[in-house]
Design a protein around this ligand. Structure first.
Ligand code: HEC
Length: 145
């Protein structure tokens, strides 16, 4: 009887820690969506990249959205920034992930986020590219409002 209470407590605690790290609706799969490699369980977490091809193992609800934006009406400079965005931000997850997050995050949050993405090991995203991505996001947000 006592051990059951302990087990329930442990489960609740683990659930709390888990919930505080994982954004709503995010699940993850040991099997990589990009290269189909099955990662070992210990390495499998929402922040983990596939050990073989470095693709994000987390699956966001936003990942199922559109993987491109209609840039027709964008000024020339922003169109160039979009190209940097499409190249840099689709390496480890669908481009739909950042596209779907544009309206959900404030510019302050985006500044922090782009830095996090730039600093991820092997991101291949330079600070200069990061600033171009931010300019694009700022522009798109200003049009969405
Ligand atoms: C090195 C691989 C990598 C690259 C390159 C990358 N991301 Fe990510 N991204 C991830 C991973 C892994 C996650 C899952 C959450 C985490 O680890 O922070 C993620 C999550 C996100 C999220 C979800 C944030 C949240 O609130 O949960 C956004 C938005 C995002 N990335 C935007 C971008 C943008 C914009 C770029 C281009 C500048 C980019 N990513 C480039 C790996 C990458």
């Amino acid at each position: 009887m006592k051990s059951r209470v302990v087990i329930v407590l442990i489960l609740l605690l683990a659930g709390g820690v888990w919930a505080s790290q994982v954004p709503p609706g995010v699940v993850f799969d040991a099997k990589c969506r990009s290269c189909k490699f099955v990662n070992t369980h210990e390495k499998n977490g929402p922040k983990e990249l596939c050990e073989k091809c470095r693709y994000s193992l987390a699956i966001y609800p936003q990942d199922k959205g559109s993987n491109s934006m209609d840039t027709g009406g964008f000024p020339a400079e922003i169109q160039e920034n979009y190209k940097v965005f499409a190249r840099s931000c689709s390496k480890c997850h669908p481009l739909a992930r950042p596209i779907g997050h544009i309206p959900l995050k404030t510019i302050e949050e985006w500044k922090k986020y782009v830095i996090i993405m730039v600093r991820k090991p092997g991101s291949g995203v330079t600070l200069d590219s990061g600033l171009k991505v931010l300019k694009l996001i700022e522009y798109v947000k200003s049009k969405q409002r």
